[in-house]
Design a protein around this ligand. Structure first.
Ligand code: NAP
Length: 256
């Protein structure tokens, strides 16, 4: 019985530890997007599978009996592929996804500007901010450059983006977790007047939201797309310990 953990998140690393302690055979998979990834314990493979067909081949060749999709809530392509490949190969799939911030901080969330896309976030931000703090990751920054070309944006990313940023923007490469005091200082040092983010959830990047709330800054936040359902994708848990229980139950059922 070998488990595949689709990772790239703190939850996936926590699950790898639990699975290793439980003595199950497993491999973690990373996309290879960042230059110096935080590695989970245990065996790791790095790089895309080559779409649904590539992942199907991987599941067959290893072979893999159980999959946990513990990728980031905004890694929608990988989640879609996992649902399709696991359905086609009849491999049980569990989605491990941290709760969104509206669930953990409903009071603050009620005052945020919720949008459905990065493009809409750019338009809304252009109207309500002169000096936005852009914390939307590197991949979708291109959707902000035109609308915010004349804004004094501070852009924080793990690795520098490939695209050319507007001259008025300041680039900051760094990696969380962050502290409330640090975020407060950063916002003050750059005179930032809004925080732009996506609904990543979790505690690692929460301090910027706490600082925005404390300083009464507007927050523009991109909603999650609901995960695809069906074929095992309808099993969703929010906690690595629950994911381990699911694996142990499935493993025991297969062994009996
Ligand atoms: P994505 O757009 O959903 O995935 C694009 C492609 O990247 C997938 O089709 C797959 O390539 C490959 N891929 C993604 N995750 C993979 C994994 N764990 N193992 C092997 N291949 C993977 O994903 P993304 O948004 O670029 O995220 C990439 C990784 O970064 C994910 O592991 C995610 O957990 C992590 N991450 C993402 C964000 C975010 O905001 N999106 C934030 C923090 C961490 P093939 O089609 O070739 O298989």
């Amino acid at each position: 019985m070998t488990v595949l953990i689709l990772g790239g998140t703190a939850e996936a690393r926590a699950l790898a530890e639990l699975v290793q302690q439980a003595g199950l055979a497993f491999t973690s998979s990373l996309a290879g997007r960042v230059a110096r990834p935080r590695l989970p314990v245990g065996p790791v493979r790095i790089g895309g599978f080559g779409g649904v067909d590539g992942l199907r081949g991987y599941l067959r060749d290893e072979p893999i009996q159980l999959v946990v999709d513990a990728t980031h809530p905004f890694a929608e392509g990988m989640t879609r592929n996992a649902v399709a490949a696991c359905a086609a190969e009849d491999v049980p799939l569990l989605r491990l996804e941290r709760p969104g911030w509206a669930q953990t901080a409903p009071e603050e969330a009620a005052s945020w500007h919720w949008v459905d896309s990065h493009a809409e976030a750019a338009r809304v931000t252009a109207e309500l901010s002169q000096r936005p703090f852009l914390t939307v990751g590197r991949q979708r920054l291109g959707e902000f450059t035109e609308a915010l070309a004349d804004h004094q944006a501070l852009v924080r990313v793990v690795d520098a983006p490939d695209l050319e940023l507007p001259a008025a923007w300041t680039l900051l490469t760094s990696r969380g977790p962050y502290t409330l005091a640090g975020e407060r200082d950063l916002i003050a040092a750059h005179g930032l007047d809004a925080v732009v983010t996506k609904d990543s959830g979790g505690t690692w990047t929460w301090p910027k939201m706490a600082a925005a709330s404390e300083l009464d800054l507007p927050v523009v936040i991109v909603r999650r797309t609901p995960p695809p359902m069906g074929a095992g994708g309808d099993h969703v848990v929010h906690d690595p310990a629950e994911a381990l229980s699911w694996l142990l139950a499935r493993g025991a059922a297969a062994a009996s």
